[in-house]
Ligand binder design. Structure first.
Ligand SMILES: CC(C)(COP(=O)(O)OP(=O)(O)OC[C@H]1O[C@@H](n2cnc3c(N)ncnc32)[C@H](O)[C@@H]1OP(=O)(O)O)[C@@H](O)C(=O)NCCC(=O)NCCS
Length: 182
């Protein structure tokens, strides 16, 4: 299995992270509207966490445990404006989790749909996965729309799973199987 360190789409370059990307990751993720629906990301976001995250992501990538691709927008950004990730790799069961975020100023231009399309191809064609899954809060319709547009099926809803921003939040489970992707 040959893992590409760089995947090109029409408008994007998806590439393995480098330690010098930490400040760009910090600038994007520290914004509350970006981090608010990412369960593992704290707000406020401590600056040193970005470098720790980037270094861990590089190690995971090199050990094929998870693949975080920085999203560089051709002609607009030199550094990653966001991330699209396949992690929680379970090679025995051929499954992985999809996650993503994009810097707020780049929202609404179809970039994440474009990035997700390529990463799904990477997951199903290169990694030969059988199943890719993702979680989303019902209060995050832009993210849910990306999953639905990409063919994901709603598989379940955990009621009031997280207490976030002063309220109990449900959590939705989406999945996409190899044969549904084709
Ligand atoms: C979710 C996120 C990645 C979307 O990125 P993006 O590049 O703006 O997404 P796209 O433009 O490719 O697609 C968004 C889709 O949602 C739709 N959308 C946007 N806001 C919406 C809303 N409030 N209600 C319904 N649909 C909405 C858009 O119209 C678009 O659908 P379309 O292509 O059919 O028109 C970005 O908003 C983000 O980083 N949010 C914070 C982090 C996050 O939520 N990550 C996902 C956690 S599960």
């Amino acid at each position: 299995m040959r893992i590409p360190e760089k995947i090109e789409t029409k408008r994007l370059v998806l590439r393995k992270l480098n330690h010098v990307d930490a400040p760009a990751i910090y600038e994007g993720i520290k914004v509350k509207d970006v981090s608010r629906w990412l369960t593992a990301v704290p707000y406020p976001y401590p600056k040193d966490l970005a470098l720790k995250f980037v270094l861990e992501s590089i190690l995971e990538f090199e050990n094929a445990k998870g693949f975080s691709f920085g999203i560089v927008i051709k002609g607009k950004t030199k550094e990653p404006a966001g991330l699209v990730t396949l992690d929680r790799l379970d090679y025995g069961n051929k499954s992985a989790a999809l996650g993503y975020w994009l810097g707020k100023k780049h929202w609404g231009q179809g970039y994440m749909s474009e990035a997700v399309k390529e990463v799904l191809s990477f997951g199903f064609h290169t990694l030969k996965l059988h199943r890719i899954w993702s979680n989303v809060y019902p209060e995050n319709p832009a993210s849910e729309r990306i999953l639905l547009k990409s063919g994901f099926i709603l598989e379940g809803r955990e009621r009031e799973k997280y207490f976030k921003e002063g309220a109990w939040r449900d959590y939705l489970y989406y999945g996409l199987l190899e044969e549904e992707y084709k």
